[in-house]
Design a protein around this ligand. Structure first.
Ligand SMILES: Cc1cc2nc3c(=O)[nH]c(=O)nc-3n(C[C@H](O)[C@H](O)[C@H](O)COP(=O)(O)OP(=O)(O)OC[C@H]3O[C@@H](n4cnc5c(N)ncnc54)[C@H](O)[C@@H]3O)c2cc1C
Length: 342
């Protein structure tokens, strides 16, 4: 009941920016757009409009971005950061304030080869994971093979500590992360975190636990050298497994629930509950991988997905007393809307 009423309330639109604020934002970032449909920026093809939307492409210079973030801080404008949009459910009413899409595409540096020494790579957080994975494989570096075929950006993979199998965590290779905090102070100070500070765990990083936001801007990874042919063979085998098990050709946000500790995988549990193929509105539990919710006709709403997740969550608890925890991140929902899923 709580969930349904919150979904209905979710249809309300925010309109928080004044005309003066919009003009000022345009002065600071001329490519800013207003009322940009977020369904065009998510793998799910779901999400209402961003009140304002900035695509940031400069991998080296943070100053123009900081100017925008300082203005938003001073004006108390709400702020959301998006990478590739492959691990989120954005509400149908959209997102108020500023949405930043980090589209910084560059691999900035890699240390030269020295015998069998590991290689350090610095990469802009908006760089697609695929570019980083292929770059490292071409250099004969091992570690990122499980991420061949992983959608999204390097920053998103840090935020979530992306994984393929449970023990294959991206965070294991991340040694430093540079961020811009939000709200931003008068000194426009950036942060640099070392691996020991990043609290990487399964589907977890420090950034999910902070009470404020941080824009992950630059990431450093260290990878070991190995036999290039072996690396390619292993990566291709994992990609084959990924293609065989995941509905990669249909809009989704990947696995919607985390794998619970110490029992079967979430997908196996949902399948055992007989929920494969279950539909609410345009959203469907994939028949290929039961932990994927798909949007096959691109007609599903965020409310459809949320209702379907609530149904799966409730059924699994009734049958097996297992509380599934969402893996995807909810953006633009009232807390009470998603509380029943936690
Ligand atoms: C077909 C498919 C298969 C997938 N397979 C896997 C898989 O095998 N393993 C896995 O772990 N995931 C998987 N996913 C989920 C997703 O691809 C990964 O979690 C990915 O790392 C998310 O990156 P993104 O850039 O798209 O993040 P987004 O979806 O854009 O954002 C996710 C969260 O990270 C935050 N965020 C993103 N970028 C930044 C940044 N620069 N600074 C601060 N916060 C940021 C956002 O605010 C949001 O809360 C899959 C998804 C799909 C669609």
């Amino acid at each position: 009941m709580l969930l349904l009423s919150a979904i209905r309330n979710g249809k309300k639109r925010f309109k928080l920016l004044t005309e003066e604020q919009k003009k000022e934002l345009l002065k600071l970032a001329p490519n800013i757009k207003f009322d940009e449909p977020l369904s065009q920026h998510t793998y799910f093809k779901i999400g209402g409009p961003a009140e304002s939307f900035l695509t940031y492409t400069d991998s080296r210079n943070t100053q123009p971005l900081k100017n925008v973030l300082k203005f938003c801080t001073d004006e108390k404008i709400l702020f959301t950061v998006l990478g590739g949009g492959s691990n989120v459910l954005v509400s149908d009413k959209g997102l108020p304030g500023l949405v930043l899409r980090l589209d910084t595409n560059s691999i900035l540096s890699s240390t030269p080869y020295h015998g069998s020494d590991p290689v350090t790579i610095q990469v802009a957080a908006g760089c697609p994971m695929q570019k980083l994975v292929k770059f490292s494989m071409n250099l004969g570096l091992t570690g990122l093979e499980p991420f061949l075929g992983l959608p999204g950006t390097v920053g998103g993979a840090v935020y979530n500590n992306a994984h393929f199998k449970r023990d294959q965590l991206f965070g294991s290779f991340v040694t430093k992360v540079w961020t811009i905090p939000f709200p931003l102070d008068n000194l426009l100070k950036e942060n640099c975190y070392k691996q020991k500070d990043l609290q990487f765990g399964y589907d977890l990083s420090l950034f999910q636990t902070l009470s404020h936001k941080e824009v992950i801007f630059l990431v450093e990874v260290i990878l070991k050298r190995d036999n290039k042919e072996e690396i390619e063979k292993y990566a291709e085998e994992l990609l084959r497994q990924r293609k065989e098990s995941q509905p990669l050709d249909l809009p989704s946000s990947g696995c919607v629930f985390k794998n619970p500790e110490g029992c079967a995988l979430a997908g196996q549990i949902i399948e055992l509950a007989g929920l494969k193929g279950l539909r609410i509105g345009g959203a469907e539990v994939s028949t290929k991988h039961a932990n994927f919710i798909i949007n096959p006709e691109k007609k599903a709403t965020a409310s459809d997905v949320l209702s379907l997740m609530a149904k799966v969550h409730g059924t699994v608890f009734e049958l097996f007393e297992i509380l599934l925890e969402p893996e995807i991140f909810f953006l633009g929902f009232e807390q009470e809307t998603t509380r029943s899923l936690k």
